[in-house]
Design a protein around this ligand. Structure first.
Ligand code: SF4
Ligand code: SF4
Length: 127
């Protein structure tokens, strides 16, 4: 006697690999070319501000005094313009995206770098 269609499906599913992953315990790696989070090699940054001026989402803030660079990953729309215009090539787009739960935490969605001010000339033994 032939199996009923439903029994066939149950048996097939029973012996085959699951069609879905047990997210968030099993996470599929991001595709190599996918757009993710903007990352900076901060020591190379010259604080020219080109990235901030070009950003359509106002996600980047560049400070002159003190020298600083910061990005709000929540505001970024991953267009990649900042990476393109950076004269020092110190910006890159990682393919990993932050987890959505991270966005509730301002400290994890805002990346901030500040260069400490240079010590003033003319200390106790200075000229
Ligand atoms: S990728 Fe686009 S939106 Fe994101 S920080 Fe760069 S310029 Fe702004
Ligand atoms: S464009 Fe590049 S060098 Fe200029 S401020 Fe942005 S990250 Fe720094």
């Amino acid at each position: 006697m032939p199996l009923l269609p439903m029994s066939r499906v149950i048996l097939k599913n029973f012996f085959s690999r699951p069609a879905t992953r047990l997210y968030p315990f099993v996470v599929r790696p991001a595709f190599a070319e996918s757009r993710g989070r903007i990352a900076i090699d901060y020591p190379q940054c010259i604080h020219c501000g080109a990235c901030a001026r070009r950003c359509p989402a106002n996600a980047i803030l560049v400070g002159k005094e003190p020298k600083s660079w910061r990005i709000d990953a929540f505001a970024c729309v991953t267009c990649g313009l900042c990476v393109k215009v950076c004269p020092k090539k110190c910006l890159r787009m990682d393919n990993e995206r932050p987890k959505s739960a991270d966005f509730a935490d301002k400290d994890s969605r805002v990346e901030s770098h500040v260069t400490p001010p240079a010590p003033e000339a003319g200390g106790p033994n200075g000229a």
